[in-house]
Design a protein around this ligand. Structure first.
Ligand code: NI
Length: 151
């Protein structure tokens, strides 16, 4: 495993739309392992491929001891609304309130190419929405209000 650099918001890759993964090979597994290590060290809760310069449609989520991986994630259902504070490893020191669904259902593939779907609520729903936004080249601050910068 290896740590990856987390790109900051001025990097062009953060504004790119990531391409679907078509090859579920050993490199993909290594990439996920690296992403988990990188995210854990950064004490973050989510990481998308383009945040480490990989323009592939992949992201991960850490919520306590729960570690989830998504390849080609698509939000297929959303319910409710919740407003809460968000930040982003690519935008250090910036915080803002973002309205997200309270619940989402996500369809994706695992690292071996097996399809699955998962219902996520509250913080986990917020994280996966934040990460799928990244994969579309969007940052939370694009849609945040009460944006604050702490230096
Ligand atoms: Ni982020």
């Amino acid at each position: 495993m290896a740590l990856r650099n987390i790109f900051l918001q001025n990097e062009p890759s953060l504004r790119k739309i990531c391409k679907d993964v078509t090859s579920f090979d050993i490199m993909l597994g290594q990439l996920f392992d690296d992403m988990h290590e990188t995210l854990a060290l950064a004490c973050g809760v989510g990481l998308a491929g383009n945040q480490i310069g990989i323009l592939r449609n992949i992201c991960i989520l850490h919520d306590g001891s729960t570690r989830l991986e998504f390849v080609n994630p698509k939000i297929i259902r959303m319910e409710g609304e919740a407003i809460d504070t968000e930040s982003c490893l690519s935008c250090p020191g910036e915080y803002g309130k973002v309205k997200r669904p309270q619940m989402v259902e996500v369809a994706a593939f695992d690292r071996n190419g097996k399809p699955f779907s998962l219902v996520l609520k509250d913080l986990d729903a917020r994280i996966i929405c934040h990460e799928t936004d990244h994969l579309q080249g969007r940052l939370f601050k694009d849609i945040a209000f009460d944006l604050q910068k702490v230096s």
